[in-house]
Ligand binder design. Structure first.
Ligand SMILES: [Zn+2]
Length: 440
């Protein structure tokens, strides 16, 4: 008796599959089947037999399929300010950025900057990214149009002179959540800039919103010593203690940076299940310091990786971020066994998904999960030979080795050609905006 083949949309065939499933299985001569937005099969091609009738078969010889990367912290439209402010401390950097933002931040400009960010992220293997910025509503819409997975939401802050743009409120927040709660590419969260740019009213409001709507809460915390002093002056506590006081630590909290933490604070983050997103380039560039990532991981804290904005990085390449994260911890700890390659790759994928509260949907290649997949060409000189795919991914890969990117079952880059964003038009637009910014 013959069995009818199952019709699927894509069959990636004949590659190494780095699954990041619970046992971190790596499948040689593997394949992945995609139907609609989901992964419906993953395994050895020898076992695929004739069970699938695929609309498209992609022969993946010498290629490696990995889960799409997750950029857990960023400010997309800050690509507009890439390379604009260099060689200064966080306080001076912020002063300059905020002055220019006051003039340059329009919906049109944010849209162009965010589109440029998506081009760069897709090209470097990112399929889902967090954004915290003004005009988050249009940014969410253009992410949907581009087929890009966005983690975003109302962003609260108390910045004098910026009330019109930034000062969101409960009604605006709820309208956003209602609009996107069932959108397949949008994952809503509640954000507040930091404990130094908010007040008790805002912190109570965000705590209530994130609890009422079961959404992840995101904020910057303990990034620099300047911030620690500022928060001490304002609250008589550390940023972590302030968040704890407002009930804002827990499995639904994601803290960006966490560079300056005491042993007690690390224990508290572990005890409460709070996630941290590490942004090594930004921390080094602004001399904020080096986060105790190896200690956080050792204590059991879930740590993801983010690029932060392009104004302090200056690119959005998560692979180079991961390499730096690993090297920094080995260098400062004097222990080369900390942050092994498989763990660092987990931080880019499944741990990132956990930090965003969506580990049941993305972060690994498993049946039933959404098809966010990246294909890497391992035949390039810098990836030859391959003893261990994780070692090549973390320490030898260049973004140019990435050939295909699929998000939610849609191919957004095929053979390095972008299919949902007009890269040349976007770059031309951003160059024009930069001409105006130069005069500010
Ligand atoms: Zn940030």
């Amino acid at each position: 008796m013959s069995i009818q083949p199952i019709t699927i949309d894509y069959l990636f065939s004949g590659s190494i599959v780095v699954t990041m499933n619970p046992s971190c299985a790596i499948i040689e001569n593997g394949g992945v089947a995609v139907k609609g937005e989901k992964i419906v099969w993953v395994g050895e091609m020898a076992h695929a037999g004739s069970r699938f009738k695929a609309r498209q078969v992609l022969e993946m010889k010498d290629k490696v399929i990995i889960p799409g990367l997750i950029n857990a912290h960023g400010h997309w439209a800050m690509t507009l300010f890439r390379g604009m402010v260099e060689d200064c401390t966080l306080d001076k950097w912020l002063a300059k950025i905020w002055r220019v933002e006051a003039e340059a931040i329009s919906e049109e400009n944010v849209t162009a900057g965010s589109q440029l960010a998506m081009v760069e992220m897709i090209r470097s293997g990112t399929t889902c990214a967090a954004d915290m910025y003004w005009h988050y509503l249009p940014t969410t819409r253009i992410a949907q149009e581009a087929g890009f997975r966005i983690f975003s939401g109302p962003s609260f802050a108390d910045i004098q002179g910026f009330e019109d743009y930034r000062h969101t409120n409960e009604a605006i927040a709820i309208a956003y959540i209602d609009t996107f709660k069932n959108a397949p590419l949008v994952h809503c969260c509640i954000q507040a800039h930091s404990t130094y740019m908010t007040n008790a009213d805002i912190l109570n409001q965000v705590a209530k919103l994130s609890a009422d709507h079961n959404l992840v809460f995101v904020t910057h915390a303990s990034e620099s010593l300047w911030e620690i002093d500022l928060v001490d002056e304002k609250w008589g506590k550390t940023p972590i203690q302030v968040l704890d006081q407002f009930g804002l630590l827990g499995t639904h909290t994601l803290l960006a940076h966490c560079v300056h933490l005491s042993d007690d604070e690390i224990s508290r983050l572990a005890e409460t299940g709070t996630s941290v997103v590490h942004c090594p380039t930004s921390n080094l560039k602004l001399s904020s310091g080096i986060a105790r990532v190896a200690d956080l991981v050792e204590a059991g804290v879930n740590v993801a990786i983010g690029t932060d904005g392009a104004a302090s990085n200056n690119d959005l390449d998560l692979f180079s971020e991961a390499q730096l994260a690993a090297l920094m911890q080995k260098g400062v700890s004097g222990d080369p066994t900390v942050l092994p390659t498989q763990k660092v790759f987990a931080m880019l994928t499944i741990d990132g998904a956990r930090a965003l509260g969506i580990a049941d949907k993305i972060g690994s290649i498993e049946v039933g999960k959404l098809a966010d997949l990246v294909v890497v060409d391992f035949s390039t000189a810098n990836l030859t030979p391959c003893y261990d795919p994780y070692a090549n991914l973390i320490y030898a890969l260049s973004a140019a080795d990435i050939t295909h990117v699929m998000i939610n079952g849609q191919m957004v880059m095929k053979d390095r050609e972008l299919r949902t964003l007009d890269e040349e038009a976007i770059k031309a637009k951003v160059r024009k905006i930069a001409e105006d910014i130069r005069g500010m």
